[in-house]
Design a protein around this ligand. Structure first.
Ligand SMILES: [Mg+2]
Length: 497
């Protein structure tokens, strides 16, 4: 098609939410944008070395610093100092060098009586231990509350302690009233302290914490954000630890850049995905996702396999809801669920190409795993992908009939089609070590903890994409279902969800 006529036909397209154009009303197809990364990493394979010292020097220096910090950890006599050091190592993304030492410290910490006089210390101890799944009763905070269970007035001005409690409170359960209350109270006190008088570096540190508690953040990203905050915080910053964090980050960044080049070359080098003109091609984003799961450098193999899996499933979703129509999708779904390469050739263009892509990625994962467990483990993922496929077919039926199910019925299907369950299972399988049959059986039952993360994923996705999906006449979102069922506005539904 000539550039001019393409421009003209684009001009006639309906423009919907987020500026997308509906290219084909029957196929519900929009013009997904290309990845912002394109072939950037392929064209710029190595990170420019801007450091004044050589790479060899940096690697050696890192090892020296790891030893120094190890000694520091062992030699600390003051409990608060030791806890602050562990916290810093974890947030700076270097704690994986000291796993044994930190584990031993926390075991010791678990047996130490909580000191009743230091609010800051108790909050930090409570958080570090709960982060490691040690049960600590929230009664330890009892001495700091008044008769109504609120924080005593005398504590309101101590910003560092409030911050420590604010972070600790996010590790509470729904039954721990004190922590629920403390979360709200510390948030409000910290917010007003920021507005009133707080100066740098504390104001930056508080702001960062109020956005999202650190332990919930993606590790490598948190390291990148926290390094400058730590450097700025002269009261807490240890120069050796800071130097280690910076060098380590740089060295890891080089490794990740190399891995990413490998993933991008793999993806863009394959023939099949190139033919899927309607799909989002997101190998870089997929790699970033995998890095969120496997951030320790030694898990390179698992990280890369998970990235490949993640990059393969985005076009699956698009084949169903940005390209396919019912008559074509039915035979496609049947072939996809049988996993038989011989049947792929009967399929039409694009369907054939996607099937090849998906089947070959799964074979690649299977071939990368130890022979005795490979088939069994990858079959577990295949079975879950089949559930996703069945769900997709139901969704297309709903879409074409403009059917709006109840929220409950909607979630029964869409918690599976959000693909989170399959990604979770894949993350276990590619890890290899200690992935027993029992674990896989448990994973196959769609366990509650996985279901819960699917709920978060599905609802967040639907709230954000509601206008976009609705305007291209795609399947009803959970927002629409809630609105219909409870006769609310879109805003009320989003708020409730
Ligand atoms: Mg979609």
């Amino acid at each position: 098609m000539a550039a001019g006529s393409e421009g003209e036909s684009h001009a006639r397209c309906r423009v919907i939410a987020q500026g997308y154009r509906v290219l084909d009303e029957e196929r519900h197809a929009v013009d997904y944008r290309p990845s912002v990364w394109g072939d950037y990493f392929i064209k710029n394979p190595t990170l420019p070395h801007a450091h004044e010292k050589s790479l060899e020097w940096m690697t050696e220096r890192r090892d020296v610093l790891v030893n120094e910090v190890r000694k520091m950890l062992a030699g600390t006599r003051d409990l608060l100092c030791e806890m602050k050091l562990i916290d810093a190592l974890q947030r700076l993304g270097i704690s994986y060098h000291f796993e044994d030492e930190i584990h031993a410290s926390l075991e010791k910490l678990n047996s130490v009586e909580f000191k009743n006089e230091s609010f800051h210390e108790i909050s930090l101890q409570f958080r570090l231990l709960r982060q490691e799944q040690h049960y600590i009763s929230s009664d330890v905070f009892g001495g700091f509350t008044d008769n109504q269970g609120n924080l005593k007035d005398t504590l309101h001005a101590d910003v560092r302690s409030l911050l420590a409690l604010y972070k600790a409170a996010h590790l509470g359960t729904q039954k721990e009233q004190f922590l629920i209350k403390a979360q709200k109270q510390t948030k409000s006190l910290l917010t007003s302290s920021m507005v009133d008088h707080l100066e740098r570096p504390l104001v930056d540190i508080v702001q960062h914490a109020l956005q999202t508690p650190s332990f919930r953040r993606m590790k490598r990203l948190e390291a990148r954000l926290y390094i400058p905050l730590y450097e700025e915080d002269k009261e807490e910053c240890n120069e050796l630890v800071l130097e280690l964090a910076k060098i380590n980050f740089y060295l890891l960044q080089r490794i990740h850049r190399e891995e990413l080049v490998e993933i991008c070359k793999w993806y863009h080098g394959l023939e099949s995905p190139r033919k899927l003109f309607y799909a989002r091609h997101r190998p870089t984003e997929a790699y970033f996702w995998a890095l969120g799961v496997y951030y320790e450098p030694q898990y390179a193999k698992a990280r890369k396999l998970l990235a490949k899996f993640r990059a393969t499933i985005t076009p699956y979703d698009d084949t169903f809801d940005n390209y396919g129509i019912w008559e074509e999708l039915e035979p496609f779904a049947n072939v996809m669920q049988r996993w038989n390469m011989d049947e792929v050739e009967q399929l039409g263009e694009c369907y054939k190409d996607f099937a090849r892509f998906m089947f070959s990625t799964m074979i690649e994962i299977e071939n990368a795993l130890p022979e005795d467990i490979a088939r069994r483990n990858v079959d577990t993922i295949r079975d879950i992908i089949n559930e996703v496929c069945k769900g997709y077919v139901i969704e297309i039926g709903w879409r074409d009939n403009r059917y709006i199910p109840s929220l409950e019925d909607h979630l029964k299907v869409t918690l599976i089609t959000c693909f989170y369950w399959a990604i979770n299972c894949a993350a276990f399988v590619v890890f290899e070590e200690n992935v027993t049959e029992e674990i896989l059986k448990w994973m196959s039952t769609f366990p509650q903890i996985v279901k819960d993360s699917c709920i978060i994923s599905r609802l967040m996705d639907d709230i954000v994409a509601h206008a976009f999906e609705t305007e291209r006449n795609n399947v009803a979102t959970s927002v629409t279902c809630y609105m219909e069922e409870h006769k609310t506005t879109k805003e009320e539904a989003s708020e409730m969800l």
